[in-house]
Design a protein around this ligand. Structure first.
Ligand code: X5A
Ligand code: ZN
Length: 740
């Protein structure tokens, strides 16, 4: 705490307090947001002699009344009391009511210390006792809502301190403040708390969460004819990616998976224009992308706004190697981002730690920032890459949305910038690398991986399982379920432990909730054309098709989908594919062949199809049941991994079909992409192309439908009001008799 001798030396506050380490998971479970985070940062700073050059402060608990300026009394009470004895038996249950939250005996104290620390350093910086400060605090705060803890956050530390300065210390002259939230996640809580308040300009750059916003966005983006001629473009994978997979890639969602991180959220009432969101369309954003946003959005706005102080919600989970973020800011990148902000508010900057889950990355990043605040040496480093092409698109959209409020944003981006960069997009990279992610060794499929490298492949796809022995299992799509590759935590990768399979509130695996947000058309051409038959796969029940019951006791009831809601829409269509009947005498289907669609299209063929608009989650459940896998592997109800995820649709679209290795044993292992209807992909399932050869050669039996099966097909077609009974019979007979 020695006073710095040199009067020109920057007075940098550094707050760390071991008491904030007492907030931890109740049962010692591994969690990315753990006490080692702030310890690692502190140790790094100590080893570099940083504390000696700073004014070191310890934490103070925040008074309830200050916390209550942004939170409800109820929430303040809950968090303040959660660690008391009388909550011992209820803590787990209460935590489970929130999204991504745990509590233990140390939580109450840590939460108010984190908030109090921010008040403490902010007041000192506002007063001028300090030039700037770094508060190494936890739990983080920016997701915390007025009446809700979420996303590892209990109290909204930054918001509490901001309100404190504005409302409790008017004499310090802080009338306008800028909050820069560079955590990789959207600062939903902070946004909400100041949404109508022009005294706080909230700026957040984060990975985007919402499928619908992005879908709208995609609609409004004209096709990029620089790459493809429009006609080719429309059917190209790139186009498809724009429509579904950019975001697919984030699996349709990135925490907190709500739509309020959209650039359309600009503030309200007097606060209109004082909320700026920059939602990345993809991961892989790095120094160049952040610099582009700084130069073209944040800095011009900061210049016009002229804040009295800047608070940074400084999460370091956009850092390279972070297990949750999937972005790649280097320590040099962070130092530049910070340096560029020091030109405002006379350098009055308060940094508050938010997320950041790779211990090495966060320690090095905070160190880089501390050095910037100390201003001892000029920055050294360089930015290699160019911004992603999508970065320019996002910047344009943000500017477009806000230019009426901030004239500085109306400058057109130089044309050069818009066409300059062709860095391949992550989706391509990752689609092809999903199998590379598991490198086999002699022992089979067990591989030492640095899990952090796979965040973009594994984590968003939620293909992580944890078995009883707490070994991580990453299941590559084409290794399901026969080959499971164990990811062994490597020494070099201390933070692999940070990869958690997030369980949702309802206890189901996250792929379900994410896939439940995407709709597809399931195109049925067999007995599922008859509505009551298909509904068994959704609602559960015995399939009624007469042929099924022929072998007594073999018509097992279907479990249905987890989501039992009816299809949102049913429409009919014909497709240029050959319908035929094959296989015979299976227990499930009784004597006689069942319907298949030739995987390849042929303009001379025509098959009727009843299309059900269902969620991708339901489609996965239908797939399992149709392939009779639901009993065998017990993966139908929430456990395990999805068979088909969003990015697979992109692959299916590109190749027209997608054979699923995991379903090899089933009859319908091949996914066909049949085009789009209402901007949703049309998918169906059929046999593989190699099975076609086997049907032709007689290796696998081809045979017409049994009477019962035939009746069901006819009923489907007739009740669907497509054709008359006679026409339906002729249609089926033709398909059953014509040579393949
Ligand atoms: C502060 C922060 C992330 C929450 C992720 C929950 N929260 N899956 O980085
Ligand atoms: Zn975060």
């Amino acid at each position: 705490m020695a006073a710095p001798e040199d009067p020109r030396r920057r007075r940098v506050g550094l707050l760390y307090d071991e008491r904030m380490c007492r907030h931890a998971t109740p049962d010692g479970e591994i969690h990315p947001e753990n006490p080692d985070r702030i310890r690692a940062i502190w140790q790094k700073l100590e080893s570099e002699g940083i504390p000696q050059r700073c004014i070191v402060l310890s934490a103070k608990e925040a008074e309830d009344k200050y916390i209550a300026s942004v939170h409800t009394q109820r929430h303040v009470k809950l968090i303040k009391n959660i660690s008391s004895k009388k909550f011992n038996s209820r803590r787990l249950r209460i935590a489970s009511n929130f999204n991504s939250i745990y509590f233990n005996k140390g939580s109450s104290e840590a939460a108010s210390l984190a908030a109090g620390s921010l008040i403490e350093v902010s007041e000192k910086v506002a007063k001028g006792d300090l030039d700037s400060a770094i508060a190494i605090v936890r739990p983080p705060g920016h997701h915390a809502e007025p009446d809700e803890a979420m996303g590892f956050c209990l109290f909204n530390n930054v918001a509490i301190a901001a309100n404190f300065l504005l409302n409790e210390r008017p004499e310090l002259g802080i009338r306008k403040m800028l909050i820069v939230d560079w955590d990789v996640h959207h600062g939903n809580g902070t946004q909400n708390m100041f949404y109508k308040d022009p005294r706080v300009l909230f700026f957040s750059v984060h990975r985007s969460a919402c499928v619908t916003t992005t879908r709208n966005l995609v609609e409004s983006v004209p096709p990029d004819t620089g790459w493809f001629a429009p006609a080719a473009y429309r059917t190209s994978f790139r186009y498809f990616r724009r429509k579904y997979s950019i975001i697919m890639f984030d699996f349709g969602s990135f925490y907190p998976a709500r739509d309020d991180g959209s650039y359309c959220m600009i503030g309200e009432g007097p606060g209109a224009g004082y909320n700026i969101n920059v939602p990345w369309e993809q991961g892989q954003c790095g120094d160049a992308d952040y610099m582009a946003v700084w130069d073209h959005v944040l800095l011009p706005v900061a210049e016009s706004y002229n804040p009295d102080i800047i608070m940074i919600s400084a999460g370091f989970d956009a850092a390279v190697d972070d297990p949750l973020g999937g972005c790649c800011i280097t320590p040099y990148g962070y130092s530049l981002m910070l340096k560029k902000l020091m030109g405002f508010a006379q350098g009055k900057i308060v940094m508050a730690l938010e997320g950041g889950y790779n211990l090495k990355s966060i320690a090095n990043s905070v160190l880089a920032c501390a050095k910037v605040l100390l201003e001892e040496k000029p920055l050294v480093g360089s930015i290699e890459a160019q911004p992603l092409e999508s970065t320019w698109r996002v910047i344009q959209e943000v500017c477009h949305e806000l230019k009426t409020f901030w004239p500085a944003l109306s400058v057109e981006l130089p044309q050069k910038l818009l066409v300059s960069c062709r860095r391949p997009c992550s989706i391509e990279l990752n689609l092809s690398s999903s199998s590379e992610s598991t490198v086999e060794n002699d022992e089979g499929a067990s591989t030492t991986l640095c899990a952090t490298n796979f965040v973009d492949i594994i984590e968003p796809l939620s293909k992580l399982n944890i078995d009883e022995d707490n070994h991580w299992k990453a299941v590559a799509p084409d290794h399901i379920p026969t080959k499971q590759s164990s990811v062994v935590l490597s020494e070099e990768c201390p933070n692999a432990q940070a990869l958690m399979p997030d369980k949702n509130v309802d206890g189901c695996t996250p792929w379900r909730s994410v896939l439940s947000e995407t709709e597809v058309w399931y195109g049925s051409y067999g007995s599922n054309m008859w509505n009551p038959e298909f509904l068994c796969y959704i609602k559960g029940g015995k399939v009624r098709c007469l042929s099924y019951g022929q072998v007594e006791g073999m018509n097992e009831p279907c479990p249905g989908s987890r989501d039992k809601s009816s299809p949102k829409d049913v429409i009919w269509k014909t497709v240029p594919h050959r319908l035929f009947f094959a296989r015979s005498l299976t227990c499930r289907w009784g004597k006689g062949g069942v319907a298949f669609l030739h995987p390849e299209s042929n303009k001379n063929d025509k098959a009727y199809m009843c299309m059900y608009r269902i969620t991708l989650e339901q489609f996965n459940d239908v797939l399992l049941q149709e392939n009779s896998l639901h009993q065998e592997n017990g993966r139908s109800q929430g456990a395990g991994t999805p068979l088909l995820v969003l990015s697979d649709i992109g692959v299916a679209a590109e190749n027209k079909s997608l054979p699923l290795e995991a379903l090899k044993a089933g009859c319908y292992s091949n996914i066909l992409y049949l085009g789009e209807e209402d901007n949703l992909p049309i998918l169906t399932m059929t046999c593989s192309c190699s099975e076609i050869d086997q049907f032709r050669s007689g290796e696998l039996p081809v045979s017409g439908p049994s009477n019962g099966y035939m009746n069901t097909l006819v009923r489907g077609l007739v009740e669907g009001k497509q054709i008359t009974r006679e026409e339906a019979i002729a249609y089926i007979n033709d398909a059953a008799t014509r040579e393949l």
